[in-house]
Design a protein. Structure first.
Lengths: 164, 154
């Protein structure tokens, strides 16, 4: 009899443990997003070399009135990256006018005074919108006309791409 | 007295085979981060995106089942108040993958409860994707919501 009671108790414990309820646990993560206003880019002013003479290099600095300028708007004070697609030459009726170097400068206003210099390229350059959400990017360059450079009107396209 | 020694080893073996309380758990690994979202532009994060996906880690016992239930927000709240933004989770926005070399990722709808069997490894990662849909006039700022995973260990 004593043996039977002991075995029953052990079996009862066995069955109870076998029916142990499932255990639940919880964990949290957050979902986050930063809503920014869209970036706008406007080609505000063309880069104009004016008259260029064969064999005479000509440079337009970013501070010149004929420097190129892009005006951007975006999220107030937000960092932004600008990258360029730059032509290696200006062209005219199949003739090339090589461009030697590019210069750039960023400013919170449409004035180049006190702007921050950088070298335009296809690689992103980090800058930022002003507290008013404005940014201007100035572009200068040097053209290298050959001694026998054919006369004509030479043009090329400079593209600026901006991303947060 | 003479029969106890036969039964007791069975009980000891049984207790040893039961899961220990600390052996099974779920823990958060990574928040779901949509990053910069532009007004009016729907933005998605895939559960395969190693940078932006959300991630949980679950450990239990090989060949046992885990019940998975998500509590998902339908909107994110603007920090500081004043606005909410819709968030959606699609049919393949939950990716579950074991940690064994032969574990294959499987995709699920996080809205549905799952009883997932740990048949290749005793632990799994649960990667979360999603989609936010800011309105064209969505107030700018940071938005946040909470994703809860409740695991039932069978």
């Amino acid at each position: 009899m004593r043996t039977t009671i002991r075995v029953s108790a052990v079996l009862a414990a066995f069955l109870t443990l076998g029916a142990m309820p499932a255990v639940a646990q919880s964990a949290n993560i957050t979902a986050t997003a930063n809503v920014f206003q869209a970036i706008t880019v406007t080609g505000a002013q063309n880069l104009d070399f004016g008259n260029v003479f064969p064999g005479v290099n000509k440079t337009i600095p970013v501070s010149a009135g004929s420097a190129g300028r892009f005006d951007l708007t975006g999220q107030l004070s937000a960092p932004v990256q600008v990258a360029f697609t730059l032509p290696a030459n200006l062209t005219s009726s199949g003739n090339n006018l090589p461009i030697g170097t590019w210069t750039g400068c960023t400013s919170p206003t449409t004035s180049a005074a006190g702007c921050t210099a950088f070298t335009p390229s296809g690689a992103p350059t980090s800058t930022a919108f002003s507290g008013a959400g404005a940014l201007s990017v100035f572009v200068g360059a040097t053209v290298l006309p050959g001694a026998a450079q054919p006369a004509g009107t030479y043009t090329g396209t400079v593209t600026l791409t901006a991303n947060y | 007295m003479p029969r106890c020694p036969r039964v007791l080893p069975l009980l000891v073996l049984f207790l040893v085979a039961r899961p220990l309380a600390g052996q099974s758990f779920v823990t958060p690994i990574q928040d779901l981060d949509f990053g910069v979202v532009i007004r009016g532009v729907t933005t998605s994060v895939a559960p395969t995106d190693p940078v932006r996906r959300g991630r949980f880690y679950v450990k239990h016992i090989l060949n046992q089942q885990v019940g998975l239930r998500f509590t998902l927000p339908s909107r994110l709240d603007r920090v500081g108040g004043g606005a909410t933004m819709p968030i959606n989770f699609g049919a393949n926005d939950l990716m579950i993958q074991g940690t064994a070399s032969n574990s294959v990722p499987e995709f699920f709808n996080p809205h549905g409860n799952q009883n997932y069997k740990l048949d290749t490894s005793p632990d799994i990662y649960l990667n979360m994707g999603g989609q936010v849909s800011p309105a064209a006039n969505q107030p700018t700022g940071a938005y946040i919501g909470t994703i809860t995973l409740t695991c039932t260990f069978f």
